[in-house]
Design a protein. Structure first.
Length: 266
């Protein structure tokens, strides 16, 4: 506990000291929004905000100079998934003046459409308990810029958007400005963090930026395995549990091989 893998313990050391190692470090590299004003104070990744609140609840100290708090602020959450809902609920509990959640994609239907048959995931409108506590929600909104004063965000500039041929396109003449003092980016994740152990072990990545593995969970480095979101991408905990069992079997098979065979493979 309390060890930063890739910093306190490097990947090369793991490979040297252990016959096998399993990377189950999640998929925590957030999707950014590189638009004008992104550098303004008050614009944060969702996990920066949520991790801080978890530390407070656990009784841990949070540096006052780096504190991200919603109390007394107009909050905009960009992204309509589970992480966005967590931000909404946390901001409401912290005493935000208002909370608005924006989603780039169109508003889902209330019922499953004929174009979305079983066994596909039902693309229907869902309302989380956090959203029920008090959040304005809007869809088909493309954020174009953040506007600031004295280095701090004061508004979000956006346009309505339309989905055409699988692409989201802003609609000219539909500009809207949303006043805000805190913006939380909750637009999903793009894979595990590359810096650190992934780079140190020279692991190959798949087309989506996750650690590439075979059916046993083995990576491109001998004796190194990956399970859960690190290899699958952001998903449900039930998949992480199943992956853990599958990769444990793969590691067991690796360890049962003759030492000479393992040595020949690195």
């Amino acid at each position: 506990m309390g060890v930063a893998v890739g910093q306190d313990v490097r990947g090369e050391q793991l490979a040297h000291d252990f016959d096998a190692a399993v990377l189950a470090m999640g998929s925590r590299a957030p999707r950014d929004l590189p638009i004008p004003g992104r550098e303004l104070r008050g614009v944060h990744f969702a996990m920066e905000y949520l991790v801080q609140q978890n530390r407070r609840i656990a009784g841990e100290a949070v540096d006052a100079g780096r504190a991200i708090l919603a109390a007394g602020k107009r909050v905009v959450v960009i992204g309509g998934g589970d992480t966005g809902s967590d931000c909404v609920g946390t901001a409401v509990r912290q005493g935000a003046t208002s909370v608005t959640q924006l989603e780039l994609m169109p508003k889902p239907a209330l019922v499953r459409l004929p174009t979305n048959p079983w066994p596909e995931w039902p693309l229907v409108l869902r309302t989380s308990t956090s959203q029920e506590e008090g959040a304005g929600r809007d869809w088909s909104v493309s954020t174009r810029a953040f506007r600031g004063e004295n280095g701090r965000v004061v508004a979000l500039e956006a346009q309505r958007a339309v989905l055409e041929g699988g692409m989201v396109k802003p609609l000219p003449g539909t500009e809207v400005s949303v006043p805000c003092e805190l913006v939380l980016l909750a637009m999903g994740f793009v894979g595990p963090e590359r810096h650190g152990v992934v780079e140190q072990l020279g692991l190959a990545l798949d087309a989506r930026g996750n650690v590439r593995t075979d059916a046993s969970g083995a990576t491109s480095a001998a004796g190194i395995y990956a399970a859960g979101d690190a290899a699958r991408g952001q998903s449900l905990v039930v998949w992480a549990i199943a992956d853990g069992r599958r990769v444990a079997a793969g590691v067991d098979a690796w360890l049962r091989r003759a030492p000479m065979a393992r040595a020949a493979n690195g």
